[in-house]
Design a protein around this ligand. Structure first.
Ligand code: GDP
Ligand code: MG
Length: 203
């Protein structure tokens, strides 16, 4: 795989309330013997030049990974855009890649493919599409959109799709990797994916 042409800051979005997971801190939930976020960091680390963790609870535990931990700058848990806003405000690089903390099977070529399309189409935002639906928390964003996102959130904007429409955005088809966007929102999903991880690892 060829490296991306511009440096990228990766942001793991681990700042949600996890209402469907009993409000536990989802990134730290055990998945086959490791905190869920371990899988995400392992998959994202080789794809980016800087890594940030967006979290709002248990900050000392997240800091143990050795990356900067950035909490939301807005209150009230307005959704993933709050985590993106924190990432855009703190990123060292001009391109910012977000991924959720609850998807253990991230595409290994996520950054490369998103950046290729972002550049080719001259867009400001490039998000993944799994063949059936948009997966906009897997997205590459230009850092300078931070001011507009802050304004959108301040005006009570919440919906990702609505914010995307304010900017030139494109989607990239990842339907060749059907498992890549599996994410764990409920205890049942966690149990099912844990069984699958153990099965694949033969343990
Ligand atoms: N910073 C921040 N992140 C959030 C918030 N709400 C959700 N997220 C993150 O956004 C991602 C998607 O949220 P999730 O609850 O899994 O919803 P899903 O899109 O239905 O799977 C997760 O990585 C969450 O940690 C929020 O209010 N603030
Ligand atoms: Mg999820």
């Amino acid at each position: 795989m060829s490296p991306p042409s511009s440096p990228i800051t990766g942001v793991v979005l681990a700042g949600g309330q996890a209402r469907r997971m009993g409000r536990r801190d989802k990134g730290l939930i055990d998945l086959a013997g490791r905190p869920m976020i371990d899988y995400v960091i392992e998959a994202l680390r080789p794809q980016v030049d800087e890594l940030l963790i967006n979290a709002n609870r248990n900050l000392p535990l997240y800091r143990r990974y050795g990356y900067r931990v950035v909490p939301d700058r807005v209150t009230g848990y307005p959704g993933p855009l709050a985590g993106l806003a924190a990432g855009l405000a703190e990123a060292r690089h001009e391109l910012v890649l977000t991924v959720p903390c609850d998807g253990p099977w991230l595409p290994p070529d996520l950054a490369v493919r998103l950046q290729r399309h972002l550049d080719a189409e001259g867009a400001d935002i490039c998000v993944a599409h799994d063949g059936e639906r948009l997966q906009p928390v897997h997205g590459l964003f230009r850092r300078r959109l931070g001011a507009d996102l802050t304004a959108f959130l301040a005006a009570d904007g919440r919906r990702i799709r609505q914010w995307l429409e304010r900017h030139p955005w494109v989607a990239v088809d990842f339907s060749d990797q059907p498992d890549a966007f599996v994410n764990l929102n409920t205890p049942e999903e966690r149990d099912r994916i844990e069984r699958e991880i153990r099965r694949r690892a033969g343990r």
